[in-house]
Design a protein around this ligand. Structure first.
Ligand code: BGC
Length: 248
């Protein structure tokens, strides 16, 4: 019998969830999406998480990818959500709302765990950097398959500004610029990151990876770079994986 898990991926605009087959990292249910509440407070978001669990009729441990720093279940930053998240024991709040053990991790770390295990980073030795381009820029750094959590490379300061405020996928939409104008911003950012970390592979995930053919081929850097194999589902899959590991 397949070993199943449940993952929720919290984004700036939507909360997405599915049941995951943890033997192969695929989704085995519909992927449900509920818009992220505004304001995106802990209580409002915990209620949406409970609704997602209920709609999937899931019982068992729950993994949640969160767009901020999460250390041992406690949120330390939430750049694109409500500031009241900071200092909240998210594991406790979501566990109470969902009625099942819930484990929260950074969203890009979750996506990276899935990509390294089943996707584009599978079997790659050395330094693998998974970068997600969505509302913000997320980063998951792996050394020989081991995660270095909460690297937050989207907030590197570059050219006097926070990198994600210039090169996240949401900025392209907000400023109404085309791929041709946005891609050089990403390339500039990637060159900076490769200079700092000398990765063996960069994997690009997040919302912008769905349209990778529009822009990824025109990126020219020294490091091998590929689109996420699990597209935008990696966050859900990785979160489900974390919950299973924590439940052992
Ligand atoms: C947050 C990161 C997150 C990234 C992608 C950034 O603004 O600081 O924690 O991984 O957005 O959601």
């Amino acid at each position: 019998m397949a070993s199943l898990g449940f993952g929720i991926d919290i984004g700036g605009s939507g909360m997405k969830a599915a049941i995951v087959d943890l033997d192969n990292g695929t989704l085995v249910s519909e992927r449900l999406r509920i818009p992220t509440p505004k304001p995106a407070t802990p209580a409002a978001m915990a209620a949406v998480a409970a609704e997602l669990v209920h709609r999937h009729q899931w019982s068992g441990p729950i993994g949640v990818g969160f767009p901020g720093i999460v250390r041992h279940g406690v949120v330390h930053s939430a750049a694109n959500l409500d500031a009241s998240w900071v200092g909240v024991d998210a594991d406790r709040v979501f566990t109470a709302a969902c009625g099942a053990d819930t484990h929260m991790v950074n969203d890009a770390d979750a996506a990276g765990l899935a990509e390294v295990r089943w996707g584009a980073g599978r079997g790659v030795a050395g330094v693998v950097l998974v970068l997600t381009f969505g509302t913000g820029i997320g980063s998951g750094l792996f050394v020989d398959g081991i995660l270095v959590p909460n690297t937050e490379l989207g907030h590197l300061e570059l050219d006097g500004r926070d990198a994600e405020s210039h090169a996240a996928a949401s900025v392209r939409e907000r400023e109404g610029i085309g791929w041709a104008e946005w891609t050089p911003r990403v390339e500039r950012y990637l060159r900076h990151v490769e200079m700092l970390f000398s990765p063996d592979l960069i994997v690009i995930g997040g919302g912008a990876s769905k349209a990778a053919d529009q822009w990824l081929p025109s990126i020219s850097i020294s490091t091998p770079i590929v689109g996420a194999a699990m597209a935008n589902n990696a966050g859900i899959v990785g979160a489900a994986l974390v919950a299973r590991v924590a439940a052992r």
